[in-house]
Ligand binder design. Structure first.
Ligand code: MCN
Length: 783
């Protein structure tokens, strides 16, 4: 194996600058003459704006401008749009209310954008924002997604607050399966609302160059080209390349930085209005209030079994809280990214899902690590666990009896699982978890007065988002391919320009490993360039664990072209037939001889243009490619959580965590393990600690780290991570995504472990010590 190639646990190249404080984040960007923006945000969840008095703010020191929705309208700037059209089961299109970047006439959640103050300093802007006086007529608010019908409409366009009533699957066939069932398991639960909380809050610097009538936006984006496309359309910048979007180092996104938000839009627009660069950096409270939140489902789910414990059908009704406005991808999350995964790892002949997407007076809800797939996995894995107990089956045996065993496997909900080996992952996980020793450990815990439980999660997800073909058949329109360009310098060093965006995933390392592997050059000879629309051709960005399967596959295509051209150059220089040139271990050689050239030598020859005069060969060595996958990739695995509960306090302590995942070919095992570790931490956070909570008036009462508990090192065990490998057949590397797996797998593993410890008493997420203690009080005997 090449020491820095595919499969090597190479240390992350980018970490040198991150851990020495040399990263360049958006807030590190300072433009000459820059001014600062502060947003006036609604203190009410729902109110009419009767008037805005900006005079006091305008008179304050350093204030340059105070702009409102009326100014946006005067400049003919329309609303932010949700990019994914969903049709209700009656065929009607979703009801999308207007989403102006600064409120026009009404505010719809606490934190909604009412006006922006631009001032010489950030503190002057902030002070003046407090002096903007807004006359509100407060309206009743609705926050509970299950109670939206009959509540005051959030948008006139949706009088019953229902954006869509969508369905997937065969209703009649599923009803028939339930009618013939020997046993039906039913569950009602809430998938709790989360706040993403990346370390780096969102930030933007908008700049306008009057000389060229062009704009630059530095921003915390996971997908700068999509941001350029959408923002240029909103703001009326044409052609779109007059807007350059640069997403420099980004300190985590977890999905929350793929959306087009009001703040970035305003910074670009305001830069031209005031003739100065405009900078805004969110503080943590703003992040809590106005970053798109995740999850927030209310679900009833049912599983039908025959007398032998084989699954016959699954029926799900979910109410998905979409918040006060439709964020950029919000409609696709509880629909396309959720219901098609409801088959889990199981062979279920009939599935039917209905999803009502609803408005409430809360922050918009959109994709958050896993986006739809954690919600689907929670439905399936909780149902499976409870069903196994109800029919008196061992949860492992019950799962194995119902696992998909033949591939490819067409589920009743669109997905075509290409490859996998679910029993192998289960067996490996059982061994690594010392399942056989669990009974002994449980007895030991009981002696010490503790309750020990063990919970499984056999998850599957669809990532590598998104093959045009599959997306087209879902009716979603746009396929999400990826682009790459490989520029070989005359010395043989290589720059890879990718449409993917790294904001913690280590692409500068893994993408360089791929190049090192294919070209046989050192990893230090490879630089990865991303995140700048003026440098990189159009690309789709990073989300849906797609950068490996889709982004790297585009690089493979471009590398293949580079090698093909290198072969021509080598043939010319070595005076051999092109068909006789072989490329291996970084050398082009004439087959059967010791005549050859190193990759770097061929690169140099490619730039000595005069040599090719009169030949068909063009000078230079640079190739590009676009890659559109033919299918999703289907990472799958088994996570086992073992925990101990103190019955006196309700505190759950995770003792062991075993994860066995199948990510196909692994490029860098250390980075993959890191991704799994981080994902599990987020999933454990959702299961045990995190929950965004609005009171009845629509105030976010968990708007700081004092009230919203993030997982810390002490909440997490040392993980045992193993792998199985079934290479993905639909991309040239055989790779499947790993970036979301932990967050998808973890919540049901934790809750299944808690209910196992509690003798199957229901607990809701987050299963805080209070929630568990209450469950203990409901139980007839505690031990
Ligand atoms: N990889 C590998 N072998 C595989 C699969 C992946 O070596 N078989 C490597 C890839 O080359 C890449 C990393 O693992 O360096 C993650 O790859 P992939 O699974 O393709 O995911 P993406 O790079 O597309 O990242 C997106 C994914 C998502 S959707 C969220 S949300 C998330 C996540 O990654 N957000 C993150 N991980 C994150 N990690 C950090 N630190 N910060 C975030 O915001």
């Amino acid at each position: 194996m090449n020491a820095t190639g595919i499969g090597a646990a190479v240390r992350r190249k980018e970490d040198q600058r991150f851990i020495t404080g040399k990263g360049q984040y958006t807030d590190d960007v300072n433009r000459a003459g820059q001014a600062y923006a502060a947003f006036v945000r609604s203190p009410h969840a729902h109110a009419e704006i009767r008037g805005i008095d900006t005079s006091a703010a305008l008179a304050m020191p350093g204030v340059i401008a105070v702009l409102t929705g009326a100014d946006l309208a005067a400049d003919k700037i329309g609303g932010l749009i949700c990019g994914w059209m969903i049709h209700s089961k009656d065929g009607s299109p979703m009801k999308a209310g207007a989403h102006p970047a600064l409120a026009q006439g009404k505010v719809r959640y606490v934190g909604d954008h009412v006006a922006v103050v631009i001032a010489e300093t950030a503190l002057q802007a902030r002070d003046a924002a407090e002096a903007v006086s807004v006359d509100y007529n407060v309206l009743p608010a609705v926050v509970d997604p299950a109670k939206v019908k009959g509540a005051t409409a959030v948008h006139d366009v949706a009088p019953d607050n229902t954006v869509f009533s969508w369905q997937l699957g065969d209703k009649a066939g599923t009803d028939a399966a339930f009618a013939s069932a020997a046993h039906v398991t039913r569950l009602d639960f809430i998938n709790n609302r989360l706040v993403p909380n990346a370390i780096e809050p969102r930030a933007a610097v908008g700049d306008y160059d009057a000389g060229t009538d062009s704009f630059t936006l530095y921003t915390t984006s996971q997908n700068p080209h999509v941001a350029r496309l959408v923002l240029s359309a909103f703001i009326g910048i044409a052609p779109e390349n007059k807007l350059r979007v640069i997403a420099p180092d980004v300190g985590g996104g977890f999905g929350s930085k793929i959306f087009i938000y009001a703040e970035e839009t305003v910074c670009v627009w305001a830069a031209k209005r005031v003739g100065r660069p405009v900078k805004w950096t969110a503080d943590r409270t703003e992040a809590f209030l106005a970053d798109a939140h995740g999850r927030d489902h209310v679900t009833r789910a049912e599983l039908a079994l025959d007398a032998k414990g084989k699954m016959l059908g699954l029926r799900v009704h979910t109410i998905a809280n979409l918040g006060a406005y439709l964020s950029t991808f919000s409609s696709s999350v509880p629909t396309y990214l959720y219901a098609p995964l409801l088959s889990g790892q199981y062979d279920i002949p009939a599935i039917y899902a209905e999803v009502d997407g609803v408005y409430t007076n809360t922050a918009p809800v959109d994709a958050y690590r896993g986006a739809g797939r954690p919600e689907a996995t929670f439905v399936v894995e909780r149902l499976v666990e409870v069903a196994a107990r109800e029919i008196g089956s061992d949860p492992v045996a019950f799962r194995k009896k119902n696992f998909v065993s033949k591939f490819p496997h067409q589920t009743p909900v669109i997905m075509n699982y290409d490859v996998g080996n679910y029993p192998a992952a289960m067996d490996k996980a059982l061994e690594l978890a010392d399942y056989k020793g669990f009974a002994r450990r449980k007895r030991e815990s009981a002696k010490a007065g503790k309750l020990r439980g063990l919970g499984f999660s056999a998850y599957i997800e669809a990532c590598g988002i998104a093959p045009s073909q599959a997306v087209g058949s879902l009716g979603a329109g746009v396929g999400l391919w990826e682009s790459a360009e490989v520029r070989v310098n005359p010395t043989g060093s290589v720059e890879v320009l990718t449409g993917s965006h790294s904001h913690g995933q280590g692409h500068e390392t893994t993408f360089a490993q791929l190049v090192s592997d294919r070209l046989g050059i050192g990893i230090d000879q490879v630089s990865v360039v991303h995140g700048d629309t003026d440098k990189v051709q159009f690309g789709m960005g990073t989300y849906g664990s797609r950068s490996g399967a889709v982004g790297m596959s585009a690089i493979v295509k471009a590398l293949d072209k580079v090698i093909a051209k290198g072969r021509k150059v080598a043939a010319y220089v070595l005076e051999a037939a092109e068909s006789d040139i072989e490329f291996k271990d970084g050398r082009f050689t004439v087959a059967g001889t010791d005549k050859g050239l190193a990759f770097g030598e061929v690169a140099l020859q490619a730039y000595i243009a005069h040599k090719f005069s009169g030949q068909e060969l063009e000078p230079g060595l640079k190739e590009g490619a676009f890659y559109d996958p033919t299918n999703f990739t289907f990472p799958a695995g088994v996570h086992i959580c073992e925990l101990e509960i103190d019955p006196d306090t309700g505190v759950a302590r995770i003792d062991r965590w075993t994860a066995v995942d199948d990510f196909g070919t692994v490029i860098n095992p250390m980075i993959v393990e890191g991704q799994v570790h981080g994902g599990i931490a987020q999933g454990v956070g959702q299961a045990l600690l995190e929950g965004a909570h609005y009171d009845d008036e629509g105030q976010l009462v968990t708007a700081s780290f004092m009230d919203y508990a993030m997982p810390r090192a002490g909440d997490l065990p040392s993980y045992t991570v193993g792998m199985t490998v079934t290479p993905c057949p639909s991309n040239p590397l055989g790779i499947k995504g790993c970036g979301e797996a932990g967050a998808i797998a973890a919540p049901p593993a934790v809750i299944n472990a808690i209910t196992d410890a509690l003798g199957h008493e229901h607990v809701a997420m987050p299963a805080t010590s209070q929630e568990i203690w209450r469950a203990l009080q409901r139980m007839p005997t505690q031990m």
